[in-house]
Ligand binder design. Structure first.
Ligand code: PMP
Ligand code: GLN
Length: 388
């Protein structure tokens, strides 16, 4: 038989699925794959359930239901002062995962270069490669994850088509600073390149840090596609409702990619998410506040156990250095050991690198109820003490 697609033949199953399966098998508390253990707002869930029964279950429009597109535009105005055209400037997708692929399809030709920032979310690189483009990787270094400005500037070439920016960033929890964003914007303008901004954690940012969309910087609105995710904003990760906003010419191309990927997204979920995005400001502040308290429980507990935790200003995740624990193995071995022996799952940070990676960091998700986090810490403590 002829070989099938070579790139996919070489691609493994995502680390999130691998670790969740191991976690389930061992009855572990899953601090690996990032998903909350409480559901999002009951009124939104009820609205989605009600919407199934009122006879609007056929294909929604290609770029999304008008009420959701209007809600995305209104939220962009309310939170960031962005002027988004609700009709031509928004495309609803089946999750941010689809949105990322659709945006990359909209912009990249074979032979183009895309700048990706490492550590990087696992779908970015395979999609860039599938499109026949070349990735230029720019690496942030722990513990500070500062933007290496000279390295970034040197990564641009006449072939650079776009930069993919994830802020707040998975797995580092980094929120890019106004200064860093200004530097990036300058390079994009200088090299006439686009930005694809994965901002799925836009509302999961912990004061005093503040999320600033790159799109709000001077000159950026015309060259930026900005991605959000209802899964993250409403703690309903299984819903897979994403949205891309941007200039009409780029959204129309994103929509053409979307029509070949999924074409549309479940109408009841779109309607419920539209209600969610109109929630008052205190919902959004409350979401971040609760998550920040959970971050602090896990951070304090991990430090007490001897991990060196790195600061996290946003997202669901803490990165922890395992070096002081003197574990005889790397991050992958460590995550397997705590999942199978301690009953707590985590993700090896080396999974977020394309090339040679640091081997001493693991990622813990703190989007779990306080008691669950405390139980996970107790399990880790027992394991360290040789009791499990
Ligand atoms: N981007 C990043 C950085 C993520 O962490 C995730 C994880 N969920 C996604 C995109 C995908 O979002 P969605 O579930 O809406 O597809
Ligand atoms: N974004 C989630 C994480 O980083 C996982 C999503 C997935 O499993 N595809 O943990």
């Amino acid at each position: 038989m002829k070989p099938a697609n070579t790139l996919l033949e070489q691609t493994g199953t995502t680390i999130f699925t691998v670790m969740s399966a191991l976690s389930l098998q061992h009855g572990a508390i899953n601090l690996g794959q990032g998903f909350p253990d409480t559901e999002g707002p009951a009124d939104i869930v009820q609205a989605a359930a009600d919407a199934l029964r009122d006879h609007r279950n056929q294909y929604p429009p290609l770029t999304g239901l008008p009420e959701l597109k209007s809600a995305v535009a209104a939220a962009s105005q309310r939170f960031y002062g962005l002027e988004i055209d609700p009709a031509a400037g928004v495309c609803v997708t089946s999750g941010a995962t689809e949105a990322i692929t659709a945006c990359l399809m909209a912009l990249l030709n074979p032979g183009d270069e895309a700048i990706l920032i490492e550590p990087l979310y696992d779908t970015y690189l395979p999609v860039v490669k599938m499109l026949g483009a070349t990735a230029r990787l720019v690496r942030l270094e722990p513990p500070g994850w500062e933007l290496p400005r000279a390295v970034l500037a040197a990564a641009f070439s006449p072939k650079t088509k776009l930069l993919l920016l994830n802020s707040p960033m998975n797995p580092t929890g980094k929120v890019f600073t106004p200064d860093e964003l200004g530097f990036i914007a300058g390079l994009l303008t200088q090299h006439d390149a686009y930005a694809v901004c994965d901002e799925v954690y836009e509302h999961l940012v912990f004061p005093p840090a503040r999320h600033i969309p790159l799109m709000t910087l001077p000159g950026m609105a015309a060259r930026t596609l900005r991605i959000g995710s209802a899964g993250k904003t409403f703690s309903l990760t299984g819903w897979k409702v994403g949205y891309v906003s941007g200039p009409a010419n780029l959204i129309s191309l994103t929509a053409k990619a979307h029509q070949n990927l999924t074409f549309t997204t479940a109408p009841n979920l779109q309607r419920a998410v539209a209600l969610g995005l109109a929630k008052p400001d205190d919902y959004f502040a409350g979401l971040a506040g609760a998550l920040m308290a959970q971050r602090d429980i896990l951070d304090t507990g991990l430090k007490r156990l001897g991990f060196i935790t790195l600061p996290t200003d946003g997202s669901y995740f803490i990165t922890a250095d395992i070096t002081p624990l003197s574990f005889p193995g790397d991050d992958v071995d460590f995550c397997r050991a705590i999942t199978t022996q301690a009953g707590v799952a985590a993700i090896p940070v080396s999974a977020f690198y394309a090339g040679a990676a640091p081997r001493n960091y693991v990622r813990f998700a703190f989007c779990k109820q306080p008691d669950v986090l405390r139980e996970a810490l107790a399990r880790l403590e027992n394991w360290r003490a040789g009791k499990s």
